[in-house]
Structures are given as C-alpha cells and as structure tokens.
Design a protein around this ligand. Sequence first.
Ligand SMILES: Cc1cc2nc3c(=O)[nH]c(=O)nc-3n(C[C@H](O)[C@H](O)[C@H](O)COP(=O)(O)O)c2cc1C
Length: 414
Amino acid sequence: MKCVHDFRLRFGKRELVPIVIGGMGVDISSAELALEAARLGGIGHISDAMVPTVSDRRFNTDFVKEKAKIYKYNVANTDKSKVVFDLGRLAEATHMHVGQTIEAKHGDGLIFINCMEKLSMNAPRDTLRVRLCAALDAGIDGITLSAGLHLGSFALMEDHPRFRDAKLGIIVSSLRALQLFLRKNARLDRLPDYVVVEGPLAGGHLGFGLDWASYDLHTIVTEVARYLHAEQLNIPLIAAGGIFTGSDAVSFLDNGAAAVQVATRFTVTREAGLPDKVKQEYFRASEQDIEVNNISPTGYPMRMLKGSPAIGAGIRPNCEAYGYLLDGNGNCDYIAAYNREVALHPTAKKVSVMDKTCLCTHMRNFDCWTCGHYAYRLKDTSRLLADGSYTVLSAEHVFRDYQFSTDQQICLPT
Ligand SMILES: Cc1cc2nc3c(=O)[nH]c(=O)nc-3n(C[C@H](O)[C@H](O)[C@H](O)COP(=O)(O)O)c2cc1C
C-alpha cells in the first residue's frame, strides 16, 4: 500500500517530501512550526499577517506601540483614513521575522511565507509591495499568494533581483481564478512555480460562498490538473483542504497532485502559536461546534469554532495600533458595524456586534478560532489524559504520520 513517502515534490533538481504546512495567520504557523517542516524535508510556511505584532512578541520590538502612539489622537474618531503604516518600519519588521527564521533553518526543506492580499492596510499596493520585497530581501525561499486574486502581485516584485529565483505560487479555489491570474501575468514571462488548489474544507478564509458544501476538492483538482496538462504547463499542483490522513494525501498524489498542503492537524502541535488552552478547545470540538460564517470584514466566509470569543464581541476598533484590514480609503466593515451598534444603543457601556468581528484584535489575541472542517477529528489524533485534557503533539509526530501512514491509520502519541 502506498504512503506519502513514496512520492516526491520536484522543483527542478530539488526533491522534497510532498507535505506543505500551510500558512496560518498571525503566527499560528510559527517559525518553529515552519522550521520543523523544513528540517523534515517538506515545506513550512510562516505568515505575513500582522508581522509588526508578531515581531513585537518574537523579538521584543515596539512596532505596534510606536504606531499606536503616533495615532493616539485619532482613537475616538470614526474616520480612520489618516491611520497608515510607516513602510520603512513594515519592511524592518518583515525583514526580522523572515531573516531570523531563514537563518535558523536546517535540513533539506524550504520555508515559504503566506501573503494575504486582503491585508490591505490602508494602502493596498504599497504595503503589499513592501511585504513581498522585504521577504525576498530577507532570503525567503518562496512566497504563497493567498486571500485574493493577486492579479498585480507578480508585477509588484518584477524588478526585484530574486523575482525569477525565489519560488512563487498562488492559492486558488477554482480553475477560473487560476486562468485569470495566468492571463493577467502573461506579459511577465514568469509562470508560478506551484499552484495550491484549496477546497471548501480548509481553515481560515474560504474562496467559496456559503454554498461551500456543494464544492469538492477532488473535482477542482482534476479540473485544474487537466487544464495544466492540456496547456502543457508544467506547474506542480498542491491540493489543500480537508486532507486529514496520509491516505487522504495519497489519493491526491495518485491523481495529479505534486504535494498536499495541510494545516488543521498542526494547530494542536507544541510548535503552533496557539495558546495551550485554545489547543484544548480545538481537540474538544465536535462537528456541531464548527461553522462557516460571514463575520470576517474581508468579505470572505471563514470557518471557525462557534465558541470563539471573537463572535459577537463589540470591542472598539483598534486601527490605530493594528489597522491591517483598512481598505485603501481607511474603511473596514467592522468599524461600520460597530458604529451602527453604538448609535443604536447610545447609553450602553458595552455593545455586541454579531455580523462582523474586529479580526485584527481577535486574531492577535488568538480569540478567533479558525479551523478546518475536520477539526472535530483532532481528538482522534491524540490521547485523553486523566485530567480531561489531550496530549499536545509534536509537529514531527504529525508530519511523520502524514508521511508514513497507510490505510487511513492515524498514529497516536506514545
Ligand atoms: C488555524 C488556521 C489558520 C489559517 N490561516 C490562513 C491564512 O492566514 N492564510 C491562508 O492562506 N490560509 C490559511 N489557512 C488555510 C491553510 O493554510 C490550509 O491551506 C488549509 O487549512 C488546509 O486544510 P486543512 O486545514 O484541512 O489541512 C488557515 C488554516 C487554519 C487551520
């Protein structure tokens, strides 16, 4: 019986274990987690979401405090258009996060960064260019473009000396999105080095509507693989979303995928950035505890645990400190929803906002518990201890389980 280890992901002459740990925002896919994937011969992602915040935690810097101080005067103002990022400081934070991760790398694998277009940061093009180019400057092995169509992102990097040498890929959820990307970038004479096809069972933001359940990853992968073959485009296809066992992975590797991207099973590893208490929430989750909702101000549906403190919380927007989701005019759907509730309840000390959430603050505080569809099976990957908690796993254990297991088996920790 075949296992993942029987396959290899090939980038030119380089051969990798075909397991990619996907980017998980605001440091859930931490440097430690990505470094383990690389050490074991696969690919790990760090995330470029809220890097100044991540850097402050990791290196004791003061990027957030500094920005909050500059814009303190604006806190009570509903107009956030003046609140912008210092591009030099943004580059510095990215450089530290990426550079120090790459420096610590051992093994034959690679470290990529997940870069979300929807982090528009009140200056979409400028901030995206800075994040992409700073990551390349700092030596990142590859960049995965996500959460958006990224029609102009390659062009933002085209003058960078590493534009043709770093691995650059994109996440799509449909053939149409891939075709659009390829058409828009044809003039650059530079194809993506890989395409991640992410299906409806993934964690984080989804490239589907609330009708996500009517789509199926196998069908989309087949469609994209046929198209690439017909167009003689030799681009490795990486399948993602709901791949929970080594056997699930083999079913894709046997049918046109060059690798799989997985995430949910790694949320409960020691190396993942979630606090231990939250890891236990993930372990305990049942199928009924998970929902796909529309509370993300990005406009994309998002899958999360219904018990996430982010749901219904009516906190004051904190764009002066964060502000990652402000569009090019300084707007965010949460600000509008929050202001509406405050206007409706003028005497209330606290309001509740049900339709949107302040994603920056809640992701920063690990209060938005996004997860893949199969998070309810995490309890089957660990052991229940006498105190009612589950054993937190090591990333190596989960990685090797994906790599070597057969027959839908899941190896439990000893
Ligand atoms: C906790 C969590 C956070 C995620 N955050 C992001 C993100 O910031 N950007 C992104 O492109 N994908 C994100 N994803 C999606 C993963 O990178 C990955 O493609 C997908 O979840 C794989 O499916 P699986 O979780 O069923 O293995 C996230 C997934 C999880 C579970």
